[in-house]
Design a protein around this ligand. Sequence first.
Ligand SMILES: *Cc1c(COP(=O)(O)O)cnc(C)c1O
Length: 345
Amino acid sequence: MTGRPRHFASDNNAGISPEVIAALQEANQGHVIGYGDDQYTDRARALVSEIFEKECAVFFVSNGTSANCLALSAYLQSFHAVIAHQHSHLETDECNAIGHFVPGAKVLAVGGPNGKIDPDSMVQAMMSQREIHGSLPRVVSLTNLSELGTVYHPDEVRRIIEAAKDHQLIIHVDGARFANAVASLGCSPADLSWRAGVDVLSFGATKNGLGFGEAVVFFDPKAAARFKYQMKQSGQLASKMRFLAAPWLGYLKEGRWLERARHANRMAERLENGIRRWPLSEVIYPREGNAVFVKLPERTVRHLHEKGWHFYSDVGPERAARLMCSWDTTEGDVDEFLADLLKEK
Ligand SMILES: *Cc1c(COP(=O)(O)O)cnc(C)c1O
């Protein structure tokens, strides 16, 4: 196996971007009060509010599962259900952590093409819950960018939200790749969140240049009144909070987060265009962000793996190859991969 500095297994395989390292370095001075009562955390919170053009309640946690579960647990009681896509991270990749954070709570999985919730299936799933006898749907959780690399457009978000609000649901967005979704649409972060009716966002950053850390963003600060208790109880109130918060100062500064995401999306577009030139491949799902899903012959997957290209080859309902681009993927990486692919017969 050839060792390669970068490959296409996941955007969480990439390192930390230089602007984030610089921000961490800058925060590494002197003594600073703990648990988030410090100027770095204050500034990072303010920067998030600025980006969303709204006064938000913002909390920094260590990873995506805890961001999702904490965001949801602000609204859930033990008899509640969260509606999520059947291929969502929440349903398939979090070991039912929500049932651990809020004992008794569960996910109600629904379908929809291209990894996106179909509003009719959502309503049907709600109607099929027998009153009192079934869990009470309380939140719908959308993933944007979706797990299959597609984007919910603002009108799609709005359609789901209209249907959800008819049933008094709270709207959560799992935004592990929210940056890639915003970059793909070229809309404002506000348009894809609270202006469309989103109540709470898991605002990811780990996959776009942080070492660790996601933010939970409540668009109505009142909903977060007791959130710090929930963070503390679940072991997510970092004592040296400045080091969880400061990276965001570098990450969000002057639109860098969107530049990084735009770059990753562009690399995926280049990859997709190249792959389409190879007759034995089949690109599946619209490529809208930094992921390309493609069906490849088994021997081709084997050959590419042997050449040191790491990528998962059994992702999603079609068990396809998933090629993820990152903030640090280069045109050279893409072109070398394509050269190896195009050699395949
Ligand atoms: C990566 C990812 C997360 C976060 O996962 P953690 O491993 O808990 O940090 C959440 N949602 C989606 C859609 C993801 O891709």
